[in-house]
Design a protein around this ligand. Structure first.
Ligand SMILES: *Cc1c(COP(=O)(O)O)cnc(C)c1O
Length: 432
């Protein structure tokens, strides 16, 4: 499979270039040159495929020819070595729990797949690949976990001191092995600035092969299409599924469109936004305006300028009408989010995390308006215990921590404290 840049449809990049570079030189984003069609029998017989089989079949369509089949198969199976149960809420609604991976968020799927694909593409290179990641919390732990103990790759995580939750800090700093955590005395933007400056620093080139593992890498996006197919299977192949996706950078929703383009019958998508709702406003007005981020309780969606929006424009030929034919967007306040969490807890005894609650609101709003209704599948992107403070305060309950988080409690935080000056970061990299 070849890839093009959203800034130049005539460009052509190999899979290795697309994945190891992450971003094309012209600052667009990589897109697959076509969407492979899964054969109709695949969907017809989907109940006989396990989640891992589904992952393997789809992966082969994108990676065959570039990576040997047996390697593709193991990359795919290891990426989704945890279940994504579809939990029924009522006859028209269910919740797809995407949080049963090692860091309890859906980002594990993409991170695990990307790490293994990068490791294979890097296998014959003399030098180690060093991945620099700036994180405001969740991405860093999914990426670090994804790369943990992957040969030939080191990961350096930069996180802003005092600005990630205690649990998140534990998740980032207790892995050891090939993962190093840097606690930066500065903001997330400072962390991001250090990473960007390092990439441009010629004097590091002799020592390091640097790469990034940010959410725009195409290898994080492709595998997220797997669970849309898995949801279709668990919903007994209903042809009228409406996926409600809690959206920030819109990687998750874009992967759903990929699944649709590969032939999966999907009736419609709901893009559920918090107050950071530039895509909602685009679909209302036809003009796209990025904005400053507004902090909310669904903070993994606090994105003012969603990076995957250019991919969505590309997929819908820059036509607002075409996009609106497949995606309805809504925007909700923290107040509405908390109310929804309470309602579902009281009525259904189900504990939503704030992101899932925004998605539930989106489905509720959509099904009110749509006379055909359809079957709503809400993507629950994080375990509620990841947002324990908000959940406990909103529901007035005490949450049990899942085992993965319990185990972290006794682990010792290991991080290197650095100031936000580039010279200090530079010296740290030089001295390693
Ligand atoms: C990252 C994240 C999102 C947003 O996903 P995008 O692919 O960026 O739209 C939603 N919920 C949680 C819990 C996340 O970590």
């Amino acid at each position: 499979m070849k890839f093009y840049s959203t800034n130049n449809k005539a460009s052509s990049y190999t899979l290795e270039q697309a994945i190891l570079k992450s971003l094309p030189d012209d600052n667009g984003l990589f897109m697959p040159e076509y969407f492979p069609q899964m054969p109709p029998e695949f969907y017809k017989n989907i109940s006989s495929y396990s989640f891992q089989d589904i992952a393997s079949e789809i992966s082969r369509k994108f990676l065959a020819g570039d990576i040997p089949d047996d390697v593709i198969d193991s990359i795919a199976r290891e990426a989704v070595n945890f279940p994504v149960p579809l939990v029924s809420i009522d006859e028209n609604t269910s919740i797809l729990e995407l949080f049963h991976g090692p860091t309890l968020a859906f980002k594990d799927v993409g991170a695990r797949f990307m790490a293994r694909t990068m490791a294979w593409l890097n296998r014959d290179k003399k030098d180690k690949l060093t991945i620099l990641v700036a994180t405001s919390g969740d991405t860093g732990s999914a990426v670090a976990n994804g790369f943990l103990n992957v040969d030939g790759i080191d990961v350096i995580i930069l996180y802003p001191s005092g600005m990630v939750s205690a649990l998140q800090e534990k998740q980032l700093t207790t892995l050891g092995g090939n993962i190093t955590a840097l606690e930066i005395h500065g903001s997330f933007d400072d962390c991001q600035h250090l990473v960007k400056t390092a990439f441009l620093d010629e004097s590091l080139r002799s020592k390091y092969r640097l790469s990034s593992a940010n959410s725009i890498n195409i290898a994080r996006l492709l595998p997220q299409s797997f669970y849309y197919v898995e949801a279709f299977k668990q919903a007994n192949m209903r042809p009228d599924i409406v996926f409600s996706v809690p959206s920030g950078n819109f990687g998750n929703l874009t992967a759903g469109i990929f699944a649709h383009r590969m032939g999966l019958p999907i009736k419609h998508f709901v893009a559920a936004n918090n107050a950071n709702d530039s895509v909602f406003r685009y679909l209302e007005s036809g003009s796209f305006q990025a904005s400053e981020t507004i902090p909310t309780i669904s903070n993994a969606m606090d994105v003012g300028n969603p990076s995957n929006f250019v991919r969505m424009l590309d997929l819908f030929h820059h036509s607002k009408e075409e996009m609106a034919g497949m995606i309805s967007a809504f925007s909700f306040s923290d107040d509405q989010t908390r109310k929804m969490m309470r309602k579902i807890f009281l009525d259904k005894s189900y504990i939503l995390d704030p992101h899932g609650a925004v998605a539930f609101l989106g489905w509720q709003e959509f099904s009110k308006a749509d006379i055909f209704n359809g079957y709503g599948v809400i993507l629950e992107t994080a375990h509620p215990a990841k947002f324990i403070d908000v959940v406990e305060e909103t529901l007035k309950i005490e949450l049990d921590l899942p085992e993965a988080l319990m185990l972290l409690k006794d682990k010792e935080i290991k991080s290197v404290k650095l100031s936000k000056e580039y010279s200090v970061f530079h010296q740290f990299l030089k001295d390693r």
